[in-house]
Design a protein around this ligand. Sequence first.
Ligand code: B16
Ligand code: MG
Length: 216
Amino acid sequence: EKKGFIFDLDGVIVDTAKYHYLAWKKLANELGFDFTLEQNELFKGVSRKRCLEILLEIGKVNASREQFDRWMVEKNKDYLDYIEKMDASEILPDVPRVLEFLKNKKVPIALGSASKNARPILEKVGLLPFFDVIVDGNNVTKAKPDPEVFLIAASNLQVVPQNCVVFEDAVAGIKAANNAIMTSIGIGDSNTLTEANYNFNDFTEMTDDFLNSLLQ
Ligand code: B16
Ligand code: MG
């Protein structure tokens, strides 16, 4: 039966979490409080709007609707300044090998990301041609752990959810994949991604044999 593979972006294909962090930290500091790398973990896979809500809770800051929207714009502007300089050197190890392996097997590939900046990032690092389908923050109304982003990806790939494999680095993303009844593969710390069906520290640990086993 036909299989489909779905990749998260931030933390799976590229490490843009560090740029999100710097942009959120700058805003927090302007507002008079600190934002730690540990707190940044809570932001992974979470929508921009929800991130700002959490940030303001951390800093105990109240905002009008207008002010909230201005900070959203400001954070994204700073984030765009960072990703402006991205190139292929920022692709995480062995991502191109896995993408090429799947392409050679004619397996359809989708992106399933919460980011509204997903397309320009894929373009900058040169991976856009690998993706048959892109579903990102512009296409969804419900954030991970809601399965919406992955279910839309599966539907666009024309593969039933049960035959989809999802690569994710965020707890919310693994939950979203499991909620979609897809095979979930955690990329990163297995102590954090405890609900994943399989765990790998990164793609260098993922053998061709393992990928083939997913295609059976
Ligand atoms: P943007 P992913 C997510 O991407 C990030 O992990 C998360 O930290 C970020 O807030 C979210 O995208 C929205 O990003 O501000 O660019 O729309 O991991 O789902 O690829
Ligand atoms: Mg991610």
